[in-house]
Design a protein around this ligand. Structure first.
Ligand code: HEC
Length: 206
């Protein structure tokens, strides 16, 4: 019953929904009447039925893919991709000397220590004094350590700071923190002009 002034879009909509025109609604009206609320028996819209059938067809492929072929589930896939990404990140970190609290190593080459010294004089000397003797912050040259004397401990303290006055230096970047931490440890046993009294426990690392 195409009407003359109906556009192609209107006709398509009609095909996809199969909705009964309002003037013919009485033909699909069910004889329910709940306090004046009535029900129409419209057919399922063809667009919806088609979508439903397509999902059923697709599900057959998925069942085949996962059970017969035994492919990884999304969860396994996720785990595999994450493991792959981790090895890539580790390789990248290694190649670019990006360290974290678990992989940091003590640097001993002159260039790194010289850079560490520069960072120390710029950021740390105000509280720890240029020669590391200590003022607001503890003496960094003696054998006494509050948070431990391993490079990993020192790296962690400098990165995260403490609740008792040591600011966090994460913003310097792991590379610089590693250098300044290595420099701090290179001060061990040096003789500052005005050493602050030891704080913490003696370091019993050989
Ligand atoms: C605002 C002052 C201040 C600045 C700046 C500062 N520190 Fe500290 N630092 C402290 C204080 C105070 C402590 C002791 C914190 C505590 O007891 O929790 C400390 C502790 C430390 C410790 C731990 C010592 C131990 O015995 O375990 C290290 C290592 C250290 N600072 C290194 C640095 C480095 C490296 C810098 C520069 C990047 C720096 N600090 C900058 C005040 C400062």
């Amino acid at each position: 019953m195409a009407k003359k002034n109906e556009s192609a879009f209107d006709r398509l909509l009609k095909k996809l929904t199969k909705a009964t025109p309002i003037e013919q609604e009485s033909s699909v009206k069910l004889d329910h009447d709940f306090d004046g609320i009535q029900e129409l028996n419209n057919p399922l819209p063809p667009w919806w039925t088609a979508g439903f059938i397509i999902t059923i067809i697709i599900s057959v492929f998925y069942i085949f893919y996962y059970t017969v072929q035994g492919n990884d589930s999304q969860y396994d896939e996720f785990k595999r991709e994450m493991a792959k990404a981790k090895t890539q990140v580790d390789a990248y970190k290694k190649a670019h000397n990006i360290v974290d609290a678990n992989t940091v190593t003590l640097l001993t080459d002159k260039k790194a220590l010289a850079e560490g010294k520069e960072i120390f004089l710029k950021n740390c000397a105000a509280c720890h004094v240029a020669d590391g003797g200590g003022l607001v912050g503890p003496n960094l040259t003696d054998n006494a350590w509050i948070y431990g004397c391993d490079i990993k401990d020192v790296f962690k303290v400098i990165t995260n700071g403490t609740s008792k006055g040591m600011p966090p230096w994460k913003a310097l970047g792991a590379d610089k923190v590693q250098k300044v931490a290595s420099y701090v440890l290179s001060l061990q046993g040096t003789k500052p002009a005005k050493p602050k009294a030891p704080q913490g426990k003696p370091c019993n690392k050989s």
